[in-house]
Design a protein around this ligand. Structure first.
Ligand code: GRF
Length: 201
């Protein structure tokens, strides 16, 4: 899992795994910021962490090469970007094609390619917004969509209240997307992700 901040999506996924709702294991948490609060969730569970920040690796290419090496060494099946605030280089995206997801706080393709999607939805006057979990491609925020969940925009919403409503849905959408992936039920067909029915025994 790749994070930069508070890591509430990391915690939501960990909690879902611990409840037995997602057949997965988080083996490595990577941050590009040494002070990312979310690292504490990994450390408290003795999950390996890697900090690849700008002071250690000033060049983006070196930093991301370090991250890619760690992901490959950990032999991960899936990489999840949740609040990771760096655009990944083409080489990394290609290496992890079909194996990397991102969670974005809007209903893509609306309000993509921004770190302020919630504020932009509010300012635009959208009546409905939400969150999207999608596969990562070189087209920023435009990869095949796995799960979307909607929220209403209320009359008295602020950026904070709307963001809180959206992130609560991210906490459901991300575990669902990882569960479907872990169950082998996602098939990427061009822009579309086909979700296979659960296997019947
Ligand atoms: C989420 O809203 C995510 O969609 C966005 O950044 C936020 C990360 O939150 N990309 P957290 O670090 O998982 O709490």
């Amino acid at each position: 899992m790749l994070i930069s901040g508070r890591g509430s999506n990391l915690l939501a996924l960990l909690t879902a795994i611990e409840r037995g709702e997602v057949p997965a294991e988080i083996v490595l948490v990577v941050s590009n910021r040494a002070d990312a609060a979310g690292l504490a969730h990994a450390r408290s569970r003795a999950i390996a962490t890697l900090t690849a920040d700008r002071s250690r690796y000033p060049k983006r290419a070196d930093r991301q090469q370090r991250i890619l090496s760690a992901l490959l060494a950990a032999d991960v099946d899936l990489v999840v970007c949740a609040g990771f605030d760096e655009i990944l280089r083409t080489e990394i995206v290609a290496e992890l094609s079909g194996r990397m997801m991102n969670v974005h706080p809007s209903l893509l393709p609306a309000f993509g390619q921004t770190l302020n999607a919630q504020a932009e939805a509010l300012a635009y006057g959208a009546k409905v917004t939400g969150c999207t979990v999608h596969f990562v491609t070189d087209d920023l925020d435009a990869g095949p969509i796995v799960v979307q969940r909607t929220v209403p925009v209320l009359e008295d919403d602020t950026v904070e209240s709307l963001s809180a409503r959206i992130v609560a849905e991210e906490h459901k959408a991300l575990p669902e997307a990882v569960r479907l992936y872990a169950e082998g039920r996602l098939v990427i067909e061009g822009r579309r992700v086909r979700i296979l029915d659960a296997a019947v025994d």
